[in-house]
Design a protein around this ligand. Structure first.
Ligand code: AMP
Ligand code: GLY
Length: 425
């Protein structure tokens, strides 16, 4: 089949590499793509994410499946438009995508389905007095979340009431643009975070290896929140007890609810969990693959992932077309531009190792091609993944491999994967 992948990050590089190894994939196209993605695919002749243009391209190139990487086009309903003209899409409808594009929608749905999560209350910017009264009586710390999409940056955890009062004023005044005109205030949950990906066909699902992200910019979980500075999989904090609860208390009720509403959830469901004493609670849902978790999860999967996505998109998931390798561990470290997630310089030439072993992958996240040279072109520049027999070996191997990569202003965390070691046998 012919496939179009939308997106331009490390996540899409990992998806495209996996698609390129799929037997059923014939012609692979990417838009906008990046130099890493375009090693395995053709650049689609599209000039914007405008739905009509994508439809025309799909018709002309006989695209059988569109895979949508990032959340924005999903939230805007690209899936619905493409499906409306008979094109299969791996990525949920606009209705289902509200799980990510509105925290209030997600929280209300969780309450309706009895899915474990932090207690909450939503306020709009017109409810000035009410919100400040509510904050005064709230236990500390207080979690304040912009309702809408904010590129993973819309959450503030206030340690004292004063900070919460000031933050809510800033949020309502547009700290995260229109995304924070409504704010969800929720109870703080203690525990350790993990990410679960479920490939869903509306009815049935396949859980991929659990992973853990490292969201803070600094080693030792210090500094600002980022899109994610590294990940590893499988994350053994998600043991069989936790996984059973995730399936029975979260995935199944959610899929059933969407089915009942006549909006079957087809695509990737990302469950951000907080786990304490083997009890998982939902921190957030995303309606697409996580970045950089995908760069650690996909290398553990063999087989025809294109077919897995196509069958899920069409409501008849064929789980047997892939095999998950639970005997290996994968670690992914993000090589970033110093200064990220704030201002940073870009445009520096990247030096790569001459050769890579079979169990080493350097995904491109924010790079571009300038006169035949690869240069840094984003906050997160590369995603370096190593796959080994256990987590410790994969970590050592990862930092060894990083030594062979250089560019000016290169920055990375030196503790990716460490938090997983305590769960290894
Ligand atoms: P979110 O965008 O909802 O995933 O939130 C971003 C980050 O804030 C999460 O990855 C958590 O580290 C943290 N966080 C969000 N909600 C809570 C909560 N209720 N309790 C504790 N930490 C939270
Ligand atoms: N790594 C977190 C996310 O993709 O939202």
């Amino acid at each position: 089949m012919n496939i179009l992948l939308i997106g331009s990050g490390g996540r899409e590089n990992a998806l495209m590499l996996a698609l390129s190894k799929s037997q059923s994939a014939k012609k692979l196209y990417a838009y906008p793509g990046n130099p890493g993605i375009l090693k395995y695919s053709l650049k689609a002749n599209i000039s914007s994410l405008e739905a009509n243009e994508i439809v025309q391209f799909c018709k002309k190139e006989k695209i059988d499946l569109v895979i949508i990487g990032p959340e924005q086009p999903l939230a805007e309903g690209l899936t619905d438009i493409l499906q409306g003209v008979g094109i299969s899409v791996f990525g949920p409808s606009k209705y289902c995508s509200q799980l990510e594009s509105s925290k209030d929608f997600a929280k209300n749905l969780m309450i309706k389905c009895g899915i474990p999560t932090a207690s909450f209350k939503t306020f709009s910017h017109t409810e000035f007095e009410e919100v400040h009264k509510y904050i005064d009586t709230h236990t500390l710390p207080i979690v304040l979340k912009a309702d809408g999409l904010a590129a993973g940056k819309g959450v503030v955890i206030a340690e004292d009431h004063n900070t919460a009062h000031n933050t809510i004023d800033e949020m309502f005044a547009g700290l995260f643009g229109s995304a924070s005109k409504r704010v969800v205030i929720e109870e703080f949950m203690g525990g350790e975070e993990a990410s679960i990906f479920a490939v869903c066909d509306g009815n049935d699902y396949l859980i991929l290896p659990p992973s853990q992200d490292h969201k803070r910019v600094g080693t030792g979980d210090t500094g600002k929140n980022t899109g994610g500075m590294g990940a590893f999989a499988p994350a053994k904090i998600v043991n069989s007890i936790v996984l059973e609860k995730v399936e029975n208390k979260i995935v199944k009720p959610l899929l059933n609810e969407f089915k009942k509403l006549d909006f079957p959830y087809r695509g990737l469901l990302y469950i951000g969990l907080m786990i304490k004493d083997n009890e998982p609670k939902v921190v957030e849902f995303n309606v697409r693959f996580g970045d950089p978790e995908t760069q650690a999860v996909l290398p553990l999967i063999e087989g025809d992932i294109a077919k897995l996505f196509f069958t899920a998109a069409n409501g008849k998931i064929e789980k047997d077309c892939v095999k998950i390798n639970y005997d290996k561990s994968a670690v992914c470290t993000i090589l970033a531009s110093n200064g990220y997630p704030d201002d940073y310089e870009k445009g520096f030439e990247i030096t790569f190792p001459n050769e890579l072993k079979e169990n080493e992958i350097i995904y491109h996240a924010g790079t571009s091609n300038k006169d035949g040279k690869i240069i840094s072109n984003g906050g997160r520049v590369l995603a370096v993944t190593t796959i080994d027999d256990n987590l410790q070996t994969a970590i050592n191997h990862n930092y060894q491999l990083i030594k062979s990569i250089s560019f000016e202003n290169l920055y990375y965390r030196t503790d990716i994967g460490q938090k997983g070691l305590k769960f290894e046998k």
